[in-house]
Design a protein. Structure first.
Length: 130
């Protein structure tokens, strides 16, 4: 099984060869968007590969074209739904782009609420319950 780590949270998934980075994100609950349903028709699954790029399939022209339209593409940019893990023993480390995280939270309002609750300061003693 290959291991995929998603930054900044550090969530990890173990997935078999043939899985996509987006499959790995789904397996561990990482905040990676997928607005078009994995059809290479958006860029909400845009990730930066930090380690393990050689374990992934090559980019094809469709993915390159779509990444050209993504926000802040970089040399390590991949679409999570198109990057297939070919080496089943690899460690792949990816950073979730701001664009992708935002798209995920837009698609999952319950997760957004949980995050907002976690970032609220604790109620001060004597204050009424929220
Ligand atoms: S989910 Fe739309 S391009 Fe990957």
């Amino acid at each position: 099984m290959a291991k995929v780590r998603f930054l900044p949270e550090g969530l990890e998934a173990e997935v078999p060869a043939g899985s996509t980075l987006l499959d790995a994100a789904d397996a561990c609950g990482a905040f990676v968007g997928s607005a078009c349903g994995r059809k290479c028709a958006c860029s909400t699954c845009h990730l930066y590969v930090r380690e393990g790029a050689r374990a992934l399939s090559e980019k094809d022209d469709r993915e390159e074209d779509r990444l050209d339209m993504a926000f802040d593409p970089r040399p390590g940019s991949r679409l999570g739904c198109q990057a297939i893990i070919e080496d089943g023993e690899a460690l792949v480390v990816v950073e979730i782009t701001r664009e992708s995280r935002q798209a995920f939270l837009d698609e999952h309002p319950a997760e957004r609420k949980k995050l907002e609750k976690q970032s609220e300061p604790p109620p001060s003693p004597g204050s009424p319950p929220a």
